[in-house]
Ligand binder design. Sequence first.
Ligand code: PLP
Length: 376
Amino acid sequence: MIYLDNSATTRIDDEVVDAMLPWLRERYGNASSIYHLGREARIAIEAARTEIAELLHAHPAEVIFTSGGTESNNAILKSCAGESALVDHVAYSAVEHHAVIHPAEALAAAGCTTTVIPVDAMGVVDPETCRPLNTPRTLVSVMHVNNETGAIQPLSAIRATVPDALLHTDAVQSFGKIPVDVQELGVDFATISAHKIHGPKGVGAMFIRRGIDLKAHQQGGGQERNRRAGTEPTALIVGFQVAARKAVATMHDRASHMRRLTERLARGLQERIPDLRFNTDPERSAPHIVNVSFLDAASLDGEAILQAMDMHGVAVSNGSACVSGSLQASHVLLAMGRGRDEARAAVRFSVCNETTTQNVDDAVAILSDVIRNMRV
Ligand SMILES: Cc1ncc(COP(=O)(O)O)c(C=O)c1O
């Protein structure tokens, strides 16, 4: 199988699994227990928190472990506008992941004011459009890297236009791929997840800037400084720590490898497939994603393209949700001004450090055959 869907998830790293196993087998204590077995789990969790905080340029007290990107995004949006009553207006870009859009829509249904921030034809927010959102009672949520197109948002410039608002970024696709420095980005909240960087599924974190009183989104025990109740999953957190350490330490080399592959992929597609449109701008995108659509999309079936690729052993996606067995048009591509057919028949390739040149060349050849066969 040629796996080119690393934006969806990545293969867990063997070193990560090895680091996790003792915390599943022998060192299974509850980190809240006072005896040795519990204390050693507490020490491991706090060491992971300190290291992940350093990687983000944050303070350990600003890092709260969660079950992943979805929970972090939900917690930040819902708590800011709900329990914590920090804001009464939530503004989010039109290309956010559904883990931001859906909680924002739920808040809107409950009476919160919401604003959708538009993007340009390559999916990028113009910071000037954010200027009217600059009030202390507004939460602005703009992702760092888009999961469908790889587009990088100009977060520091956005921050400059909304100095008084609270600013959240979903950094699930950027962490470990490009530098994520919460100080430099100027964000108050950030979301990261382990399984996109060869860590385990079911663990992530949220950065909450010190001094912001974000109340817990779920109640129970007093774990995570009363901000996220629930027994901490020590093995997952240790796995996250090892994956994050490795991703950031090798980021430069991994990113150059991934960039070479995505450039080669884009070149290959351009040479072999006519009437293609690139939805990823290589100058303003993370290194691991290339998204293409087809100008004659009305005569192509998006789902059939992905199925044909799968039959030839290539795992790719179009990034949009599959609802009741049928592919929806991508809200990201629609927001970028693509037509409904084009937004339904896109292909997203996402590579990782384990992807080879041969994988990429094979995928190009297979997609060009698939499209040629569908066009006759
Ligand atoms: C940009 C983005 N945000 C949030 C998520 C959700 O993260 P998780 O799978 O850890 O809940 C994903 C993963 O699909 C993502 O790509």
